[in-house]
Design a protein around this ligand. Structure first.
Ligand code: HEC
Length: 209
């Protein structure tokens, strides 16, 4: 199973590697296939880190909503989402991001590899009763990535990501729009694929833990 998942996205990665290496005069390192052990290891590390991140973010969000409603929580999210993920990233020697094809924060737009992986998750989301599994792939010789879908998992999400004027109150949306003039992250329904976690690790391949 893990080997299959890796195979599914090894193609685009190799192309990307080749492209990025032409920029430097250094000797290009040939892409190496990940062992099933490495894949399993990063699958577990990624899953743990995403669970922790989800918990930290949703606890902060629920607290903020209880404290001051949607407008306050929107402003709070704007200030806190990145610092929360950044401190988790530092603590775990990884880069943890939430990315989307319809981002609210322009910093959450996807790079080429993320777009390719997200297309796989999107295709899966269109099949009834199919649950997309996380994906681990070797992004380049020094980076291993873990990707996991993010769905609109509860009605609360719709207060800021649903239909404007219906789920998202018009005056709440005015606050969001002031913070994010190019906001794309509305119009979702319960269960929709909203984006994905993108976790990047510095590869420690030869190591055994
Ligand atoms: C109080 C309003 C609010 C609620 C409720 C809310 N979000 Fe968000 N969401 C935001 C804001 C604001 C951002 C941008 C954060 C930033 O600037 O880093 C955001 C960003 C995101 C992102 C990152 C990608 C992007 O668009 O920038 C994802 C993924 C996301 N939200 C998913 C969810 C999910 C899933 C839920 C329900 C569990 C949820 N949100 C509930 C306001 C909200």
């Amino acid at each position: 199973m893990f080997a299959l998942l890796f195979a599914a996205c090894s193609q685009p990665k190799d192309t990307q590697l080749a492209e990025s290496k032409t920029q430097t005069a250094q000797k290009p390192a040939p892409p190496r296939a990940m062992s099933p052990e490495d894949t399993a290891k990063y699958m577990e590390l990624g899953d743990d880190l995403v669970s922790t991140s989800k918990q930290v973010i949703s606890t902060a969000l629920v607290d903020a909503m209880e404290k001051g409603g949607v407008k306050y929580a929107a402003t709070f999210c704007n200030a806190a989402a990145y610092p929360l993920l950044d401190s988790l990233s530092k603590a775990h020697h990884a880069t943890i991001r939430r990315v989307s094809d319809k981002p609210r924060n322009p910093k959450d737009a996807m790079d080429d590899e993320e777009q390719k992986v997200f297309a796989l998750f999107k295709a899966k989301a269109q099949q009834p009763d199919a649950e997309a599994m996380p994906i681990v792939t070797q992004t380049n010789d020094s980076t291993i990535s873990f990707y996991k879908p993010i769905k609109i998992s509860m009605p609360t999400c719709l207060k800021c990501h649903g239909e404007v004027g219906k789920d998202v109150k018009t005056d709440d949306y005015a606050v969001l729009k002031a913070l994010y003039p190019n906001d794309n992250a509305v119009g979702y329904k319960q269960g929709d694929l909203r984006g994905m976690f993108s976790v990047r690790f510095i590869a420690t391949r030869a190591q055994t833990h």
